[in-house]
Design a protein around this ligand. Structure first.
Ligand code: ATP
Ligand code: PRP
Ligand code: NIO
Length: 479
């Protein structure tokens, strides 16, 4: 299979493109925005990830011969296929930077350009951003309970196939993983790789001592998995014996436990290691861990130094999907002006916010913390205002006035007229960026359980415009 991803879209996008083409509106300028409506894992913030892959998908996006041939097989008319063959990506794209914090009901990406092109890219963009943002956020939750101790990403074997393992690992690193067991992810993204060994090694030798000795005579850095037969009676004593016999010939980093009551066992293992003089040997733990188990183990004062987390991180076990959507917010009229569009719903949260917008992170200069996000039309800059009135978009009586503030635009230019204008930072920089942004957030939004709702407010004119369009549509429908 080739790596042209142009057909990585839903059939209905191509069908709509055909409508636009045949009805002569395919080149009309349109603006679409990506946003999600509910915070993943009920977390207080989400960690945006996926931009690097979105860029690689959009760069040079075109229908190659194989794609056209397949669409011909599906029965699309020749004139439409000719149009598709000639199509090149010419949209403007703005996006939040990877590692930035994002919240429900604010645009995190914006695609503007010919209607047909905007329509084509919906599926892949959501596919990428939904997954990677979800995993980065899950990793951040896990890391928040672990603190400074290392978090190792161990999930490839349980990930939803290879792409999810690779890009999920990268997202996990953005949100907090310090290293991965996936060697290819290490090669592709420069992520530190790390690992111990499996039970198979011990089973292959039939006993812990021979297995650890075999490892120790072939590797300098050693972490022995001690729970194959009996952690306290067999595994740890064998690890200690090998470490003593090998002395300086190895770097005895520690032992890994992978079953049983990890609070009780880790404390006993710590005693055994300390008594043998290996006070700096670390205890690694793995086995279906997630932020809840880890927090619980920490409350029990488990003596765990390094946390290996697989399945529950890479599959976002407790919430397998983020629900980001891609909605048209504005379209060119016959006269060339833009007409803002709205989608109504019986469900108030599902009513879209019309117009091309920008999101601003408002930072109080007195408190040096983020006070909330403020959504304006794209041509407005709140930094020009001396006073900002922020109010809840549904419960409008909840409001506050800010004077001494700065506003940072979250959506930055990525593509202009199809040309990449953004320098993609490396992963180390993205991770550092995330940590810096997390520091700006009040603790109330950071706790794992029942965090406060971070304010995402609409500027007065955006709110008024939305209400006006709701009224207009309702008048049309119920006249
Ligand atoms: N002290 C503890 N407090 C809370 N949860 C724990 C504690 N010790 C272990 N756990 C968790 O409990 C679960 C135990 O799972 P399970 O019973 O499948 O493990 P096991 O039987 O010991 O090992 P195996 O994976 O070999 O079946 C795991 O998710 C583990 O992380
Ligand atoms: O538990 P996770 O968070 O997914 O971490 C990865 C798991 O992968 C390995 O187990 P393996 O695949 O050998 O299976 P088992 O230990 O569950 O038997 C390792 O020993 C961890 O238990
Ligand atoms: O290196 C390890 O210990 C490891 C790697 C993958 C999965 N589980 C454990």
């Amino acid at each position: 299979m080739g790596d042209n991803l142009v057909l990585h879209t839903d059939l209905y996008q191509i069908n709509m493109m055909q409508v636009y083409f045949e009805k002569g509106i395919s080149e009309k300028r349109a603006v679409f925005e990506v946003y999600f409506r509910e915070m993943p894992f009920k977390n207080g913030y989400a960690v945006f990830a996926g931009l690097e892959r979105v860029v690689s998908y959009l760069k040079d996006l075109h229908f190659d011969e194989a794609a056209i041939a397949y669409l011909r097989e599906l029965g699309y008319p020749e004139a439409f296929l000719t149009y598709l063959s000639a199509m090149r990506f010419t949209c403007d794209v703005k996006s939040v930077k990877e590692g930035d914090l994002v919240f429900a009901n604010e645009p995190i990406m914006q695609i503007e350009g010919p209607l047909a092109q905007c329509q084509l890219v919906e599926t892949a963009i959501l596919n990428i951003v939904n997954f990677q943002t979800l995993i980065a956020t899950k990793a951040a939750r896990i890391k928040s309970v672990i603190g400074d101790a290392p978090l190792l990403e161990f999930g490839t074997r349980r990930a939803q196939e290879m792409d999810a393992a690779i890009w999920g690992t990268r997202a996990a690193v953005i949100g907090g993983a310090d290293a991965t067991s996936n060697v290819r992810a290490g090669q592709l993204f420069g992520i530190p790789v790390s690992g111990t060994h499996a039970h198979a090694l011990v089973q292959a030798y039939g006993n812990d001592y021979d297995a650890f000795m075999a490892y120790a005579t072939t590797h300098r850095d050693c972490v022995f998995l001690v729970d194959t037969y009996d952690t306290l009676k067999i595994g740890v004593p064998a690890a200690i014996k090998v470490a003593q016999e090998m002395g300086d010939k190895i770097n005895f980093l520690g032992v890994r436990i992978d079953s049983g009551d990890m609070a009780y066992i880790s404390k006993k293992v710590r005693e055994q290691l300390d008594e043998a003089g290996f006070t700096s040997a670390k205890i690694y733990a793995s086995n279906d861990l997630d932020e809840n188990t880890i927090l619980n183990l920490k409350m029990q004062k488990a003596k765990i130094d390094v946390w290996g987390v697989g399945t529950k991180l890479i599959t976002a076990y407790d919430q397998p999907a983020l629900g980001a959507v891609y909605k048209i917010v504005s379209i060119e009229k016959e006269n060339g002006e833009m007409r803002d569009t709205i989608k109504l719903s019986n469900n108030a949260e599902k009513v879209s916010t019309p117009g091309k917008k920008q999101v601003w992170r408002i930072r109080s200069l007195d408190k040096n913390k983020s006070e909330g996000d403020y959504i304006t039309f794209s041509d407005v800059d709140p930094n020009d205002l001396s006073e900002l009135v922020m109010f809840h978009p549904t419960y409008t009586y909840i409001n506050k006035k800010l004077t001494n503030f700065t506003a940072r635009p979250l959506l930055v230019p990525i593509f202009e007229k199809g040309n990449l204008v953004y320098d993609l930072p490396d992963l180390v920089a993205i991770k550092a960026y995330f940590n810096e942004k997390l520091d700006d957030l009040w603790e109330e939004y950071k706790r794992d359980l029942n965090p406060q709702d971070y304010p995402v407010d609409l500027a007065q004119d955006v709110w008024d415009h939305k209400m006006k369009l709701i009224d207009e549509v309702r008048k049309d429908v119920y006249k």
